[in-house]
Design a binder for this molecule. Structure first.
Ligand code: PHE
Length: 333
């Protein structure tokens, strides 16, 4: 009994896994206390053997139970200690944490999309590589229209081209869907152009709303663009200026009062007090004809996302948006 208590204490007192392991070898090992006791069996007189073995087995069971419990407790404590040491406090304040941020074009794109999604417009995407029909012909751009000039369009070898505007998605959408249509189409477009305000790839958002003849008027177009432009630029005046696009009739370009000088006249607005921000109009009947739509009316608009981003963030050179210069990008974290 004394021996038992002594061994029990040895297990209880082990306060780390290393010590416990040496205790295990001492008690349960091949040359351990228990092994030695069992080895004594052959010296025990036969009539006492059974009682001796029983006692020894009970002892072994008791010690095993104690040992297992101790081992589990020590292992749990070790994990606890490791977690306390290696854990990261994610709430801890760090003065100079470097963090990423959305690119100003992506951020502006998201804001534009948010507005139109909130107005129940669906999002459509079309191919970057498209054919003449979708990018030009169906949009009422006759064969020798200057917009098809080799100067502006990237033509590919097989007669395909890189879309020059997202208006091509108007055609794709109306070809696969019956009216009513209420979509926007955000995405990249490509033109052979490179200067202060042009890059060969930039982003547009197209809008198209079509319903039964007479249901959609210029007033709807005017209302939503005014509301949208105030959402983007704050308290600005909005002006619709007669213009021309082959795929809309009538066509208007839309200006906002200059956000830099409060319409007083400055360098950015060329002293006019106005900034041009998008193109729009009522969909030309020839476009509906090209996609087989009858007895419908609708409006369309298209805008350049980079231009919006430049105005909102007062960025002077469009090209700087594509140079990946951290000194510029870090300002948008
Ligand atoms: N596609 C025209 C452009 O790229 C914009 C536009 C779209 C104008 C829809 C009118 C209607 O300049």
């Amino acid at each position: 009994m004394e021996e038992l208590e002594h061994l029990e204490n040895k297990i209880k007192e082990a306060d780390d896994l290393k010590i416990l392991e040496s205790v295990r070898i001492e008690i349960f090992g091949k040359k351990g206390v228990l092994a030695k006791e069992f080895a004594r069996m052959k010296e025990i007189p036969n009539e006492e053997k059974k009682a001796f073995a029983q006692k020894l087995n009970t002892l072994k069971a008791k010690l095993t139970e104690l040992f297992d419990a101790k081992k589990m407790a020590l292992e749990a404590a070790a994990i606890e200690a490791m977690m306390a040491k290696e854990g990261v406090d994610v709430t801890m304040y760090r003065a100079h944490a470097a963090s990423g941020g959305l690119h100003p074009v992506a951020e502006t794109m998201n804001r534009i999309i948010d507005y139109f999604v909130s107005m129940n417009f669906a999002i459509e995407e079309g191919p970057f590589v498209d054919d003449d029909f979708h990018n030009f012909e169906a949009l009422n751009l006759p064969k020798h229209h200057p917009a098809r000039d080799m100067q502006d369009t990237f033509y590919l070898r097989d007669g395909m081209l890189l879309r020059t505007h997202t208006s091509s998605v108007q055609i794709h959408t109306m070809q696969k869907q019956k009216p009513p249509v209420r979509i926007i189409s955000p995405g990249s477009v490509f033109r052979r152009d490179f200067d202060l305000t042009h890059t060969p790839m930039f982003h547009q958002v197209e809008g198209l709303m079509v319903d039964e003849e007479g249901k959609i008027s210029f007033a709807h177009l005017k209302w939503i663009l005014e509301d949208f432009l105030r959402y983007m630029f704050g308290d600005v005046k909005v002006r619709f200026r007669p213009s021309f696009f082959p795929f809309t009739e009538p066509s208007t370009e839309v200006d906002i009062s200059c956000i830099f000088c409060g319409a007083e006249g400055c360098r950015v607005c060329s002293q006019t007090g106005w900034l041009e921000v998008l193109g729009s109009g009522m969909v030309d009947p020839n476009v509906f004809k090209a996609v087989g739509y009858e007895n419908v009316s609708g409006y369309a608009f298209g805008l350049g996302v980079e231009r919006f981003a430049m105005l909102i963030h007062r960025i002077g050179d469009l090209r700087s948006l594509f140079e990946g210069d951290l000194r510029l990008l870090e300002q948008f974290q």
